[in-house]
Write a protein that binds this ligand. Sequence first.
Ligand code: ATP
Ligand code: MG
Length: 386
Amino acid sequence: MNLHIDLEAKSLGEILIVDDTIESLQLLKHILSDAGYTVRLAQDGAMGLHSVLRRQPDLMLLDIKMPDIDGYEVCRRIKANPVTSGIPIIFLSSLQEKSSLLKGFELGASDYINKPYLAEEVLARVQTHIELRHLRVDLEAKLKVRTSKLETEILERQEIEDELRLSQKKLQNLSAHLEDIREKERARIARELHDEMGQAFTVMKMDIARLYECNNIEEKFLKERLGALLGVLDQVADTARAISENLRPGMLDVLGLNAAVQSHIEKYTLCTGIKCLLTMSHDEFVLDDKLAIALFRILQESLTNVAKHARAQQVEIQIFRMEHKFLLIIQDDGIGFTADACSKNGFGMIGMHERVRSLGGEFVVESNPECGTRIEVDIPLQEQLE
Ligand SMILES: Nc1ncnc2c1ncn2[C@@H]1O[C@H](COP(=O)(O)OP(=O)(O)OP(=O)(O)O)[C@@H](O)[C@H]1O
Ligand SMILES: [Mg+2]
């Protein structure tokens, strides 16, 4: 077995000779075998064609004049078949007329060798065409590998472009949604200003005008009216505080993230009845304003999602500041959700993701029915400083 492989490895190439003259076949076989080529023989056109299809040689030496199927026809059929068309063919010709050789070239032959043979000429022409053939096969193999790499690259690029288009679409939707929310918020603030503060101011103005026009007001009556006015003023102040708190959690600016988180969680538990377990450092976090508001809004949206969707009993919230990063984890024990549900509905998740991305961080959501939903936000602090 090994011997066979060694012999094949040493061969300079495989040549098929098709000729109906035994002497011619023997002579060529002798010249080429001695020079180190592997030689196959066929005594007529039909055998030659059959042999080529069975296994492709590196080169064919083809006699022109043969009974039944002549060399031209063999050449035409080999060149017409895409599987065999690349095999170089050298015509063996005793015909001296140029027109016969031209016909051979027109049919796709690579060269010709004149009879009677000169060993040096045969070897020189065979060597040239075998080398060309090997170069071509090698190039084709490299081209195939390169083409398949390119195809893979194109496919990967297409996938990336699809993902990019999808995420651009999501961002467009998010931006439209935010615009919509902003409009609704403006309408709500306008309504509250008009209905609550506007009305209160009107009542106060009428009361003050009545008092202004009264002469000799009794002290008791005056105190009653001023007491009522103070009540209305308290209402106005509460409304103004609520509006402002909604627009921007004031506690965040005044007392910092720790206090704002604690206060939000207390109110949340009171409103929803969902138990919150908070693990947070007692030391005040000193944070960039953008990061603090982002973390607060992510906590708000995550807790709102728990209340809206999770049917949870409790939520664990962990907030850590490490040397180089800030970690926020919100884990509920609710019903969880599938990736499908997340991508179809709502903007909360996309919004949270976008906030974290804009801070150079990672946003990971894990969810399943057994363990509920876990949201992990990991923001590098180094990037915040740059
Ligand atoms: N904690 C959770 N438990 C169970 N399901 C959740 C949870 N958080 C999110 N989901 C699911 O993921 C979906 C997407 O949430 P997302 O916050 O993006 O949208 P939404 O809450 O439905 O709407 P929006 O936030 O825009 O008001 C929700 O509709 C819900 O099906
Ligand atoms: Mg939501």
